[in-house]
Design a protein around this ligand. Structure first.
Ligand SMILES: [Zn+2]
Length: 172
């Protein structure tokens, strides 16, 4: 069954339009992306050991530069971290440049590894579906430019996570 789609203007973004799921009011965080790693158990590309991948990895085919990261679900910005480097001694900074957005259902959308974050974005901002928050990057504990899109109950990497089935469906 084909999903009804509408086109919504980007608020302050550089891309012209994004496809928005009409009923659920969501969009792809990387517009022309593909899912490169799935939610759940996998072999870590970094340690080569089994791990539980708490989000989905989305990247692009071909050009990886200046790819906008878009808000997939509307909410409120609760944290912005501009740490670029991962510290293996303390384990801090694994998400690199990251933005946390709290959803109305209290879950958080987490947008890590960004190359840059929109400079005007600040904690407390309401963000709309399709709004650009940064540029896809490779900061933190990451191999290659991608967005690790995660939905969690807490800010930070710990705590309960859920499989973002509705976002995944947009890429199918
Ligand atoms: Zn990931």
């Amino acid at each position: 069954m084909k999903r009804p789609r509408i086109r919504a203007a980007l608020k302050g973004g550089i891309s012209n339009f994004v496809k928005v799921e009409k009923k659920m009011n969501i969009c792809k965080p990387i517009e022309n992306g593909v899912i490169t790693s799935w939610y759940g158990e996998r072999i870590s590309p970094i340690t080569q050991k089994k791990e539980y991948h708490k989000g989905i990895d989305i990247s692009t085919i071909g050009n990886h530069d200046n790819i906008p990261v878009l808000i997939a679900k509307a909410g409120v910005v609760t944290w912005i971290d501009k740490t670029r480097l991962y510290d293996p001694d303390t384990g801090k900074g694994s998400f690199g440049m990251v933005v946390y957005v709290q959803l109305p259902d209290k879950w958080y959308c987490i947008y890590p590894h960004m190359e840059s974050i929109v400079t005007t974005l600040k904690i407390g901002d309401k963000v709309e579906v399709g709004q650009q928050i940064g540029i896809m990057g490779n900061t933190g504990l990451s191999v290659g430019k991608h967005l690790h899109y995660q939905e969690g109950m807490t800010m930070g990497g710990n705590g309960q996570t859920r499989q973002p089935v509705d976002i995944i469906a947009l890429y199918e």
